[in-house]
Design a protein around this ligand. Structure first.
Ligand SMILES: Cc1ncc(COP(=O)(O)O)c(C=O)c1O
Length: 280
């Protein structure tokens, strides 16, 4: 059984308990970060913990431990699990509140280590469909535990045989997916939105790896630009680089992942492989 860290203890998953009075449960007041390992090395752990700290700050949620302590706790939790490759979820909840709404200065830290479940190989070979949905995330720079619009949008996406819902805002700008960042190729220009999105760690790595490969534009993308897009992909820690071949009713190109996206996937795979071997 998986071993989790909670409240200064390492416990079996089924012993990891949190109070029913926790603001995370009662009010959705909490933040988290999620990452995976390559060859059991947590991918950009320090960047994820830094983002966790930013998320907490944006929500006015005190950090229960320092960044260094969270890093050590995460590594210890990982070592107590006997896995070949892991997903890691670091959660800070609001803790128990005296009146069920005011934070009581007792945030809880949880580190959950679970086995990785790869996504279907055909998603990467054939590409996937996504839908668009109008929604603006509250405090988009924070990875809060509030995913209500995401859960609803994803159910609709599944009903429409899509794997992700991409948010658009009131100005018809394309922002990001429910749990992914959005990229489009216009010819050799690789474009991704720069504002009102979560600063994805995968996005950041892709931008760095691609800086000498393509012209990069970080700019607003309008929904009515979809017909001009040659290729689309979405990025996330768990999905890595996922090619998109249909957006709403529009099929991109010949309906298969394009050469530029396949190049991004190849370079990213080489990077993660080297990362797992301790390089970088
Ligand atoms: C809203 C949102 N955008 C983007 C991402 C991708 O971020 P990362 O690449 O750090 O996993 C996530 C991840 O869950 C997310 O929830």
């Amino acid at each position: 059984m998986n071993v989790f860290y909670i409240d200064d203890h390492f416990v079996k998953e089924d012993q990891a308990m949190i109070s029913v009075n926790d603001l995370g449960l009662l009010r959705g007041y909490g933040v988290f970060d999620f990452l995976r390992t390559y060859n059991l090395r947590p991918f950009h752990l320090e960047d994820h913990i830094r983002r966790l700290e930013t998320s907490a700050r944006l929500l006015d949620l005190p950090m229960p431990r320092t960044r260094r302590q969270i890093l050590d706790i995460t590594m210890k939790t990982l070592s107590r699990n006997d896995l070949t490759e892991a997903n890691i979820r670091i959660v800070i909840t609001g803790g128990v509140s005296p009146d069920s709404i005011t934070p009581g200065n007792s945030p809880k830290l949880l580190v959950m280590v679970t086995p990785q479940h790869p996504y279907p190989e055909e998603w990467y070979r054939n590409g996937v469909a996504v839908i668009t949905t109008c929604h603006e995330r509250y405090i988009p720079g924070a990875k809060s535990t509030h995913y209500l619009p995401a859960i609803i949008a994803l159910s609709r996406a599944r009903r429409e045989n899509a794997v992700e819902a991409v948010y658009t805002d009131r100005y018809n700008r394309i922002l990001e997916g429910t749990t992914t960042n959005f990229f489009a190729f216009f010819g050799d220009h690789l474009v991704t939105p720069g504002i009102a999105v979560l600063p994805g760690i995968t996005r950041q790595v892709v931008l760095k790896l691609m800086q000498n490969e393509f012209d990069i534009d970080i700019r607003d993308i309008q929904k009515n630009e979809i017909p001009m897009m040659d290729e689309i992909f979405i990025t996330a820690s768990n999905k890595e680089i996922l090619p998109v071949v249909r957006m709403d009713d529009r099929t991109l190109g010949d309906g298969t992942p394009g050469p530029r996206t396949r190049w991004v996937m190849k370079i990213f795979a080489a990077y993660t492989c080297a990362y797992g071997e301790g390089k970088d």
